[in-house]
Design a protein around this ligand. Sequence first.
Ligand code: NOJ
Length: 557
Amino acid sequence: MPEPSAEWWKSGVVYQIYPSSFSDSDGDGFGDLPGIIERLDHLERLGVSVVWLSPVYPSPWDDNGYDISDYTDIDPRFGTLDDWDRLRDGLHERGIRLVMDLVVNHTSDRHPWFTASRAGEDDRRDFYFWRPGREDGPPNNWGAVFSGPAWSRSEGDDEYHLHLFSPSQPDLNWENPDVRHAVHDVARWWLDRGADGFRMDVINFISKNPALPDGPVVGDHGLFTEHSINGPRLHEFLHEMHREVFTGRDTLTVGEMPGVSVEQARIHTNPANRELDMVFQFEHVDLDHGPGGKFDPRPLDLVEFKASMNRWQKGLGEVGWNSLYLNNHDQPRSVSRYGDDGRYRVESAKTLATTLHMMKGTPYVYQGEEIGMTNAHMDDIADYRDLETLNHYRTMVATGRVDHETAMAGISRMSRDNARTPMQWDSSEQAGFTSGTPWIKVNPNRTEINAEAAVADPDSVFHHYRRLIELRREDPIVVYGRYSPLMEDDPRVFAYTREWEGRRLLVLANWSDREASVEEVEDVVRPEGRMLLGTHPEPERVLAPLRPWESRVHLFD
Ligand code: NOJ
């Protein structure tokens, strides 16, 4: 078991495993827990200290496991509870903690709570939101994240049920104390079994305006109204869960919060408020969404992106704590999205990582990111599996709002399936992921981009990540140093310093394929210093121009 220490989640790095695409041990084309166990050496070599495991619970699989029908078991496709125990032990023996995904804004519509609720059983009816429709349709004007209205009525139902995601993901009614107690029981059950904390799915959706009124649509997707998220009892619910579940335990909690502001996040992560250790915010990853939303992407404006990142660094710099991510199972691959997945793939993957990992907060690495995996570039809609993508395609093309080509252009850049293609372990036909047929196609670039090749090459993206993780573990300046942005208006360079006990770290990163001057940061350079890490051989001068996609980390003692 890893040594308890109050700050382990500040000095460590979290690795996210999306289990269906990580490693398949039995040849059914689908990743599983024994498959993960076979790959633990990879995680140990990388040096991460926490694994966040995306859902492995029994699920009808409408939303790849984010629709759960039993919170305290393992879906047979992933294995058994015994396998989970073995995974927990294997990780703990290596000093790595295990964080589970707590998906409790909604259940699956096959969860026994929902079937009893739909049947009108007294103590369960109020576990969900049931409302009569209005003359012209659903009870209010809220939209669902996965297209269409947020209300559905099945045959035989008198009333509509609320679902902020798909109709098969009904929202739990957190106003009902029995719901909250049931959720606390689930969380305690996993902690008692040896889990080390939770990533909490869309946790700011659990409190809604109790009157469920019509509302103006906020956000770029036309999905959320100001009444359906960040509701009046959110702080109370989180505080109560902290008290009932986490008090006295050595855990990590990170709440996923689309639409959260930095001011709200500071309240949620202020340790004095006893709510959450950190949140996943979305501001930076929403910046390339165009007027038509995420599937209508626009080029990234680096000045805008830096302004956002810098605001969060400052906002949670003294009180609260940031989570740092560019990738997860819901986002396209960062090297394709923000970097250059052609000529400068290796350099740009390293530079994106350097920029993120030297900031203040806890970095998250999503499987495959550490070897510079790219978008899938699939151009046939039949190859996609993701519900959000398929719904978008159907709605947009069927209603004639966009034509097939335009829809596919957006999908191939932004679909969540870009992140969900199998982990590329080696160059073989199925990338060493499975001996069978994978549930989603392997990226053909497995021949060049794979873990075996990356581990063997000392200059690979993998070893760069390993060093970044090591730096954080070894030097408190990376964990605690005060962050100050530099060159805020420069459209190509991302630069900042971190300061701690008289020492200064300087991070210079060129987010472009053209040489870039950094002379203007002259004031922060001290005569004595050394380069800790760089994407290219060390130049003669600290302020030598940055080569295309070059980044350097200098330390001045
Ligand atoms: C956020 C999860 O990350 C995403 O994959 C899922 O579809 C929604 N929440 C609904 O659970």
